[in-house]
Design a protein around this ligand. Structure first.
Ligand code: NAD
Length: 337
């Protein structure tokens, strides 16, 4: 099938091309994101393949449908960036990669937590400058700390398990469905209110939905333990970034590690080192010594990229063959967002 592949970096092209040997799709790679201005590149393609920061709203989907596009193949698990209601009305199928390597994201989450808590980036920068002072590098033991895990799906469950069994943390979790395997190892399901009040460390692993938008806001921060650490590798808009800045300024928030940011579409995946960043909230976040930001790289392992490519191309092949779409995203799964 002819596929217009947007938001591609060299690593995307490499892994998709390697995986395509078994499929034989005609993949045409485009570096820019898919938006109203780049939509003409997809003219005549029956399928587009996109990533997390390609926002396919009703207007863009309508434009693409008029150009003959019938399939959106997401190279990611999250689907908050596609208006599924509009897609359904336009007869466009949307498929995704529900699971590629939860280990990639879970392991990165724990890495961020350790790096934040033990001040590893600060230490590394000092040593590079022949500054071997330890002032300001005091961390805390994770052992015995209370960790709140919001969302215990594929990724959250691995993080919870690692922190409970590997580090000896007390783990409190919240999810609509309780994972019996986690309960069995002593993880306690609680309400979000209880978790926020008790957690020394809060880590977010739920999807972005209208319900979870700004789940960490000024009110939640006010109710949290003073000096708590916050980790977010899920979706940026789970956190109200302005409220986070205020929480950091007051010292209520003890430290933050983010792999995602609400306005990341304007920033991440690009080299902006010669640009003036216009996002004042993001720039303020970067000024805190206890904030660690990475540019949405938690998924970036060879295993995950290989699995994403294979599943995406398989999804496209199933659509082309008129087979049932196992990884179809149902319009009813979430309201337009
Ligand atoms: P998953 O669907 O397996 O798990 C999500 C869990 O969140 C489910 O168990 C669901 O019941 C739960 N949930 C839904 N609403 C909730 C709420 N209001 N409160 C608490 N729990 C709620 O998804 P996953 O594979 O574990 O991925 C989790 C998230 O991680 C994705 O939604 C995606 O946004 C993000 N992600 C980020 C990266 C990255 O590179 N940073 C990579 C992959 C996924």
């Amino acid at each position: 099938m002819r596929v217009a592949v947007f938001s591609t970096k060299p690593y995307d092209r490499q892994f998709l091309t390697e995986a395509n040997v078994g499929f034989g799709h005609e993949l045409v790679f485009f570096e820019p994101r898919l938006d109203r201005t780049t939509a003409p590149l997809a003219d005549g393609f029956p399928a587009v393949c996109v990533f997390v920061n390609d926002y396919l709203d009703r207007a863009l989907l309508t434009d693409l449908a008029a150009r003959g596009m019938r399939l959106v193949a997401l190279r990611c698990a999250g689907f908050n960036n596609v208006d599924l209601v509009a897609a359904g009305e336009l007869g466009i199928e949307v498929v995704r990669v529900p699971a590629y390597s939860p280990h990639a994201v879970a392991e990165f989450t724990v890495a961020l937590l350790l790096a934040l808590d033990r001040r590893i980036p600060r230490a590394w920068a000092r040593v590079r400058d022949n500054n071997f002072s330890l002032d300001g590098l005091i961390g805390t033991d994770l052992f015995g700390k209370t960790v709140g895990v919001i969302g215990t799906g594929r990724i959250g469950a691995l993080v919870a398990r690692c922190l409970k069994l590997g580090f000896g943390c007390r783990v409190l979790a919240h999810d609509q469905s309780h994972d019996p395997a986690l309960v069995e190892i002593g993880i306690e399901y609680r309400s979000p209110t209880e978790i926020v009040a008790e957690a020394d460390i809060l880590t977010l692993h739920c999807p972005l939905t209208p319900e979870t938008h700004h789940i960490v806001d000024a009110e939640a921060i006010a109710r949290a333990r003073p000096g708590f650490l916050l980790v977010n590798t899920s979706r940026g808009a789970l956190i109200d970034a302005q409220a986070l800045v205020e929480g950091l300024k007051s010292g209520k928030v003890g430290g933050v590690a983010l792999d995602v940011y609400e306005q990341e579409a304007d920033l991440f995946f690009e080299d902006l080192s010669n640009e003036i960043i216009q996002d004042d909230v993001f720039q303020r976040l970067l000024t805190f010594p206890n904030v660690l930001v990475t540019g949405h790289q938690a998924f970036l392992t060879a295993e995950a990229l290989g699995a994403i490519s294979a599943t995406t191309l398989g999804n496209i092949a199933a659509f082309e063959a008129g087979k049932p779409l196992d990884n179809r995203v149902e319009a009813a799964a979430v309201s337009a967002y």
